[in-house]
Structure formats: C-alpha cells, structure tokens
Design a binder for this molecule. Structure first.
Ligand SMILES: Nc1ncnc2c1ncn2[C@@H]1O[C@H](COP(=O)(O)OP(=O)(O)OP(=O)(O)O)[C@@H](O)[C@H]1O
Ligand SMILES: [Mg+2]
Length: 263
C-alpha cells in the first residue's frame, strides 16, 4: 500500500534581494508524493523548483507554511528529515581524491547504513548505476557525466525512503540521461517516493506518475499526464504547460486546480 511520504502545506519562501526587493520564490505550494511514485516538478528557469526542493531537504528554512518528509516536519525535526531523504542538486559535492567505491562507502557510513551490510550495498549501487568500469578510479579523473552518476548514487547510498533530485539529468548526454531515468524508475518500483525537478517536457512525460506545474512560485496544476490532457484539451505537455502559464497571469484562482490527496 502506498503512503504519503512528502507533503507540503502552503510552503512559502520570500527572499530579500538588494536589487529586486521581496522575491516570492515559492508561493503557498501544496504538493504530495507517495511511496512508489515519481512526482515531477515542471517549471521554467526561476520558477521556484530548486527553492522548493531545498526547503524539503532542510537546506533552506521556509518563511511560511509547512512541509513533512516521512512524517517529520522540516523545521521541527530537521535531523530526522535529513536521515529520511537523499537530496541531489548541482551543488552536491564529491571528494576528488577518493574513488566512487570509497565515496559510496563513506556516505553510506556517515548516514548510518548498517555496517554489516555496507559492502553489499556499495556493490549493489555500483552495479545499478553502471559504474563498474570506473568504480576504482579517482573522482577527479572522471568525466562530468560519470561524476554526476556518482553524485546521485551517493545521495541514495543509505537507502532512504524519499529521494529528491533537482534536475538530475541536466549535464548528461542522451544515453546517460536515458540510463539515469531508467534507474530512477527502478527506484520508484522499489517503493521510493521520488520528487524530481525538470524543465524538459519529454522527461516529465516519460518518467512522472504525476506532474506539478510550477510557475512564478505557484503550483498551477498537479495531475497525471492524462488528467492534464483532459483538463486542458491539449495532448503535448509543452502545450499544456503554455496553457497554464498563459492563464496564470489573468486568473490566480487557477492555482486551486491542483487535485491533491492529502494524507
Ligand atoms: N538566495 C536568494 N536570494 C534572492 N533570490 C533568490 C535566492 N535564491 C533564489 N532566488 C530567486 O528565487 C526565484 C526562484 O529560484 P529557483 O532557483 O528556485 O528557480 P528554479 O525553478 O530552480 O530555476 P532554474 O530552472 O533556473 O534552476 C528566482 O527569482 C531566484 O532569483
Ligand atoms: Mg533550479
């Protein structure tokens, strides 16, 4: 049975920027993600994707609203939230002087993965992420695509129930992006609750069980691709996205289109 693993309630982030004044980066966002589900956060540059995901990962404190990860509230129980999730973003760092194998061992250990099963876990990750050929080369000698795989593998090393990926395929070539999407789909089939952000329409179409369209910090719609098609009369996600983006300026109430099951 699937369970709600991530839930936000009017999650909000206002930044104060010298040049722009108040920036409403994330504006009353309500999303959920269940175990065995991939929720895509689809939005243009500056839509608020990274800010939303950083609040879920406790990297940033919300200025309003709430968010729960695996039942833990992000401000009240940041440590438990961090133990329950793996967070990948472009700033996920690796140590250049050690190998992918050593990297996975290290991150599984510091995140309290059971010692007795640690080597088995590392082998499994190397196999699942297709890293056999470079598992024992130093990270500094790897290509950027290889490093990105290691970075993502290290965020899931401790086998957390919730995975949050901020544009995980952004620097990958087509074949590696397909391979990574395949890995993410398998993690979903293992029962993980996965939220990932993208601005690539085809990626959202292929991978997501539900898609949340975020625009200027607001969620304009959340539904399956078929549900979005039905609501808008458009077939392609690009047309669906443009439909919502164009309507949002005129009618803010469209934010309530979101059809969430909150548990
Ligand atoms: N530390 C900050 N101070 C001020 N404004 C910020 C800060 N971080 C983000 N913002 C602003 O918040 C808004 C949302 O940014 P965010 O990085 O969440 O967007 P995004 O959807 O991830 O975009 P991209 O696709 O370009 O990664 C933008 O207007 C951005 O400039
Ligand atoms: Mg971003």
């Amino acid at each position: 049975m699937s369970e709600v693993r991530v839930r936000t309630e009017d999650l909000t982030k206002v930044f104060y920027d010298d040049g722009r004044g108040e920036v409403h980066a994330v504006n009353a966002v309500n999303i959920t993600c269940e175990s065995g589900e991939i929720l895509g956060l689809l939005g243009a540059n500056g839509a608020g994707k990274t800010t939303t995901l950083r609040m879920l990962a406790t990297v940033l404190a919300p200025t309003g609203g709430n968010a729960w990860v695996h039942g833990h509230e992000v401000r009240e129980a940041a440590e438990q939230v961090r133990a329950s999730l793996g967070f990948y973003s472009a700033s996920t760092a690796l140590y250049p002087k050690i190998t992918p194998r050593e990297t996975l061992r290290f991150f599984a250990r510091v995140n309290n993965y059971p010692k007795a099963r640690l080597e088995q876990r590392v082998e499994y990750l190397i196999d699942r992420f297709g890293m056999e050929s470079f598992a024992d080369s130093r990270v500094e000698k790897l290509s950027s695509g290889m490093k990105q795989k290691v970075s993502i593998a290290r965020t899931v090393a401790h086998d957390p129930p919730v995975l949050i990926f901020d544009e995980p395929t952004v620097a990958l070539d087509v074949l590696n992006a397909i391979e990574l999407r395949d890995i993410i789909a398998k993690l979903r089939d293992d029962g993980k609750a996965i939220i990932f952000s993208t601005h690539i329409m085809s990626e959202a179409e292929q991978l997501c069980d539900r898609i949340a369209i975020i625009h200027h910090g607001r969620i304009l719609a959340t539904d399956t691709l078929d549900g979005l098609r039905e609501s808008t009369g458009h077939h392609y996600l690009e047309d669906i996205f443009v439909h919502y983006a164009n309507s949002s300026g005129r009618d803010d109430s469209i934010g309530s289109v979101s059809d969430e099951v909150v548990g």
